[in-house]
Design a protein around this ligand. Structure first.
Ligand code: CA
Ligand code: CA
Length: 237
């Protein structure tokens, strides 16, 4: 819960397929969309980045890193950036919700927690609010697809100082003519901001990224599929 004017900045990395084979890095511009009034939270400030025009073809994962400023947020389980929601949105409007594309899986690395009030463990069991361990998000508690963060309560994930969250999509999301990234922080302070760093790469960087199949495996799978077809044909005979 970032109560300070100079809160924790976070860096956002979007790892995506570039049109060229070379890895590239671009920085998106986040706009402050104000306190959200479409969800159930009354404290969450939403930030939006336009993902078109950046030379990307598709998005595979988004990485948010707490800036480890040591001054954002509160102490204990509320140290650092408090993420309420993260999702892609086709039309860029929060008012329309059916075009949101939520994340399929998360890889979490908790940052450090400051001494003081609210010592760990959190009600969700991990070192920070919304984590169930130092490497696991309590997805039910944090509900990162929904804007529903409760101040000093459920509905968000606190990263901890220097913590990071990798949000992955099972299938790369094609950007097309319109695609936006939304991220919300549980905070009512206008001093908060989200500094974006978008990394574009065709090389997986996260443990959750798809790992290329061993050379022999696709052949084996094709063979197995062939057996299945044969079996079905025989059955039909
Ligand atoms: Ca929308
Ligand atoms: Ca939430």
């Amino acid at each position: 819960m970032t109560k300070m004017i100079f809160g924790s900045l976070a860096f956002v990395s979007v790892v995506a397929m570039a049109s060229s084979a070379m890895a590239a890095t671009v920085v998106p511009t986040f706009t402050d969309e104000g306190i959200d009034n479409t969800g159930t939270s009354t404290y969450t400030r939403m930030y939006r980045a336009d993902l078109t025009g950046l030379g990307l073809e598709a998005i595979s994962e988004v990485v948010i890193k707490d800036s480890n400023s040591g001054v954002g947020g509160s102490t204990g389980i509320y140290s650092g950036f408090d993420l309420d929601a993260i999702f892609l949105d086709v039309d860029g409007s929060l008012a329309t919700t059916t075009d949101r594309i939520v994340v399929d899986s998360f890889a979490f690395s908790a940052g450090t927690t400051r001494p003081g009030s609210y010592p760990p463990p959190s009600p969700s069991g991990g070192p920070t609010n919304g984590s169930s361990s130092a490497t696991t998000v309590d997805e039910e508690w944090a509900s990162l697809g929904d804007i529903d963060g409760i101040y000093f309560g459920s509905g968000s994930l606190t990263l901890g100082d220097g913590g990071s969250l990798t949000s992955s999509f099972n299938q790369k999301i094609t950007i097309g003519s319109s695609l936006f990234l939304f991220a919300g922080e549980v905070s009512g302070s206008a001093g908060e901001s989200l500094t974006g760093l978008v990394e574009v790469s065709d090389t997986p960087t996260s443990p959750l990224s798809p790992v290329p199949l061993p050379a022999g495996l696709p052949l084996m799978l094709t063979g197995l599929a062939g057996f299945g077809l044969l079996a079905r044909r025989r059955k039909a005979d």
